[in-house]
Design a protein around this ligand. Structure first.
Ligand code: F0G
Length: 481
């Protein structure tokens, strides 16, 4: 376990690694942060990395790599077809999941694309614990519809429920018993991203799998955030405390027909892949992989990255390694709760999530509270988070806003990247913003794309509130950055 008790009694998550390669960071003065934000049209995706101090946008593809991963990358076997490095990766996936077939894809959404192309027909319904943006976009692109059947309480921000990512199995059962719609598969997402990296329990997955089997419906697992979910099962699910991470992984895989993942998260590298048992599904998927991703022994991933994924997957079976992210996030959540800041509890994986609906309740939903809060935090600390709320939803067909049920600012904690003092700095700047929250106002679009608008859309503040916030920062912090 990661937490260590200091002589003073304080519990801290202690890094169980040492840093041997570093990247210099700049912390711009607040006036420059304001200017760079406005030049990026208040869309944090459009910022330049050099202008960011703490990049907490995502944990995707930005996790620290280990010495062993780097060593393996030097030894990769480069070939368009038949690379030895691919076979090592395939063997690792077979070993962890006990599934015979493995198809590589360039990243998670590459997997989602080919799965949707093969399995989704117009009019199909796909039940899931919760959607992810790219997942839903591919299902909808193929004419399908997503139905979220999250457990009761899953969307309640402040809670003690350890497994808020569970499937509502009662609702799933009655749907499968009664619906006339075609259901090509049921999808479970490990560490449900958009509700704050919240896990499912093994018991819930097993029950979901039993229902699917009863009704002859495939169960597909999105394992992109499996690493955190594994740690939560091990540490929160009593029946599993005696199991090793490897045993829990196998028990999860035994429930599923298809497992896909983004290796930008699961595997500490860059890439993705689909594991499955059924050759009747593997064959047509292979055709789609070759057409869309690349040949079957690389699927759009560089061989060096494949070598890194193989080692990264093995490292994901090490409890000390995978506890680092969740324990840092818990530290952050506990401190913010202590300071009275509204955050998602219990702490999930992936990052700490601020609840913008409570942080800035005075901002109207159509002025994007979480996005406004994200822009404010960049001004306050050069910290880049990610809006996960209404801005991340595209509009309804009639042009009206599709209001997200949760309005979150995600502060991702890429694995093994930040030190505890950087986390403390972030907590401090969030606290300062909380104390000055009345200054924060909304944003409006000045250019709005139709699809996945949050990536490239341009926004402006509804007033000069950002200038006022920067001025307050200067007067509170004096010369300090
Ligand atoms: N599924 C989940 C649960 C994810 O979190 C992501 C990516 C994907 C699929 C798609 O994978 O990016 O490799 O194509 N999540 C990133 C994030 C983008 O920042 O949360 P990808």
């Amino acid at each position: 376990m990661q937490e260590i008790r200091l002589f003073s009694g304080e519990m801290i998550p202690l890094e169980r690694h040492k840093v041997r390669i570093v990247q210099k960071l700049e912390l711009l003065p607040v006036e420059d942060r304001l200017r760079r934000l406005q030049e990026a049209h208040n869309n944090l995706y459009l910022l330049k990395n050099r202008d960011i101090f703490l990049d907490m946008l995502t944990d995707s593809g930005v996790n620290a790599m280990s010495d062993k991963q780097l060593a393996a990358m030097m030894d990769a076997d480069d070939a368009y077809a038949g690379s030895e490095t691919f076979f090592q990766l395939e063997e690792k996936v077979q070993d962890l999941f006990g599934m015979e077939h493995f198809l590589p894809a360039h990243q998670g959404r590459g997997c989602e694309k080919v799965l949707a192309d093969l399995l989704i027909k117009p009019g199909d319904l796909v039940p899931m614990n919760y959607h992810f943006t790219t997942t839903r976009a591919h299902i909808v692109r193929c004419g399908g519809e997503v139905l979220e059947l999250l457990c009761e309480g899953g969307e309640i921000c402040t809670s003690d429920e350890p497994f808020k990512g569970n499937m509502n199995t009662t609702a799933l059962r009655s749907l499968l018993e009664s619906t006339q719609r075609n259901i090509p598969f049921v999808r479970m997402e490990a560490g449900a991203n958009l509700i704050g990296g919240q896990p499912f329990s093994l018991a819930n997955l097993q029950e979901t799998a039993a229902i699917c089997r009863e009704h002859g419906v495939l169960l597909v697992l999105d394992a992109s955030l499996l690493q955190d979910n594994l740690y939560f099962i091990k540490s929160r699910e009593e029946a599993c405390s005696g199991l090793s991470i490897r045993e829990i992984t196998r028990a999860i895989a035994d429930c599923c027909d298809i497992i896909y993942f983004s290796a930008r998260k699961f595997g500490f590298a860059k890439g993705g892949g689909i594991a499955l048992r059924d050759i009747a599904l593997a064959n047509p998927l292979q055709e789609l992989i070759v057409l869309n991703e690349g040949f079957l022994t690389y699927g759009g991933i560089s061989v060096r990255e494949m070598a890194a994924i193989t080692v990264g997957l093995e490292e994901s079976m090490d409890e000390t390694i995978i506890s680092q992210g969740p324990e840092f996030i818990r530290f952050m959540v506990d401190e913010l709760v202590r300071l009275g800041v509204p955050v998602i509890t219990p702490a999930g994986g992936l990052g700490c999530h601020l609840n913008a609906k409570e942080f800035v309740p005075h901002i109207a939903a159509d002025e994007y509270p979480a996005a406004a809060l994200a822009s404010a935090l960049f001004i306050a600390g050069g910290i880049r988070g990610m809006e996960r709320g209404t801005l991340s939803e595209d509009r309804n067909a009639d042009g009206s806003e599709k209001f997200a049920s949760m309005e979150l600012l995600r502060l991702a904690v890429p694995r093994r990247v930040f030190t505890l003092s950087q986390i403390k700095y972030c907590i401090d700047r969030v606290h300062w913003l909380w104390q000055n929250r009345e200054l924060i106002q909304g944003l409006k679009f000045t250019r709005e794309p139709k699809i996945l608008r949050f990536f490239t859309g341009e926004l402006a503040a509804v007033s000069d509130w950002q200038e006022k916030l920067a001025a307050r920062f200067r007067s509170d912090f004096g010369d300090s950055l």
